[in-house]
Design a protein around this ligand. Structure first.
Ligand SMILES: [Zn+2]
Length: 318
């Protein structure tokens, strides 16, 4: 159902600089044609969705390596150069647009500035943020996991090598894309918990479920959905045995409640490679796989990410 919604949201949006609408007058130079053009993977993105923005800038390509600047509200978004012979002829750069699960539904504007000084040009493109409607999920967990107070959370959540550093971990951006194939699901089971659902642990509302739950038995294999580098393989308080993979470009995925870790920090993994075994460790009410995805520090729906890379594989030659 969710996948269908994501598919339905795939459209296309286009924007250019204000076109040369002014009437020509003698002695007045005609307005310059836009030198920055923008395209979005979709004109509609759900809360927790991810969009791709392609930037074609004559300014950037003639002046060399200068990357355009991309901002959305008060946030600067990382920009990457498209590889030569990529699937988007006419685009030099791209940026990923992760939509927070609590972003206000409505029209959002992304601004792009290209070039420097007097020759700089700005352009913008809009898309619509769609509300994600989910039902509340009730979960029974051990009492010590139902209520986590500030100090316990700070000291217990993160293992020593990365204590208090999960946020910084996700903020690191590898410019190199570490996957090449289409993304897969990490486990074959049925989806039992969707992204964005309100979570009620032991009758108390505790926030939102910002990942995907996949049915699995203890010991079932959990595979990397795409190539990447393991940046964490450790036992944490809430997520139990946890693996985090850096896929490059600010894209991370995580795997929680594992019974066994099968990788080490720093290890490179390929698509389909075993990273752990499903289990019931941490704050979990039964064996399953919790699969999370993070783009530029924002938690997004792993299915939206998987679908995005299926629809727009960056490496396919045009
Ligand atoms: Zn979960």
């Amino acid at each position: 159902m969710l996948l269908a919604a994501v598919l339905a949201a795939i459209g296309s949006a286009c924007a250019h600089l204000p076109s040369d609408g002014a009437e020509l007058q003698p002695g007045v130079e005609p307005p310059k044609k836009s030198r920055v053009s923008l395209r979005l993977s979709s004109g509609v993105l759900p809360q927790g969705g991810v969009g791709l923005l392609w930037i074609d800038s004559e300014l950037a390509s003639t002046s060399g390596k200068a990357k355009p600047l991309v901002s959305w509200e008060d946030r600067m978004l990382p920009v990457f150069a498209l590889p030569a012979g990529s699937s988007r002829p006419g685009a030099d750069f791209f940026a990923l647009l992760p939509v927070p699960h609590d972003a206000l539904p409505g029209i959002a504007d992304v601004r792009v500035t290209s070039g420097e000084g007097g020759s700089a040009e700005a352009a913008s493109i809009s898309f619509r943020i769609e509300e994600r409607v989910t039902e509340a999920e009730r979960v029974r967990v051990k009492r010590r996991h139902a209520q986590v107070r500030g100090r316990a959370r700070r000291t217990a959540v993160v293992a020593p090598p990365v204590r208090g550093a999960l946020t910084r971990l996700y903020d690191a951006i590898s410019e190199e894309r570490l996957w090449s194939e289409s993304w897969r699901l990490p486990a074959p089971g049925e989806i039992t918990g969707v992204f964005g659902a309100k979570r009620v642990y032991n009758s108390r509302v505790q926030g939102y479920h910002l990942g995907l739950d996949i049915r699995a038995r203890t010991g079932d294999p959990v595979a990397a959905p795409a190539g990447g580098r393991v940046v964490l393989a450790a036992r944490l308080f809430l997520t139990g045995n946890t693996v985090i993979i850096d896929h490059g470009l600010g894209v991370y995925t995580n795997y929680a409640h594992l019974s066994r870790l099968k990788v080490r920090r720093g290890q490179l993994v390929r698509v389909g490679e075993l990273v752990g075994l499903a289990g019931n460790t941490g704050r979990s009410s039964g064996p399953h796989l919790h699969w999370g995805a993070v783009v530029h520090g924002i938690k997004v729906d792993p299915l939206a990410l998987t679908q995005l890379w299926r629809d727009f594989p960056l490496e396919t030659p045009g």
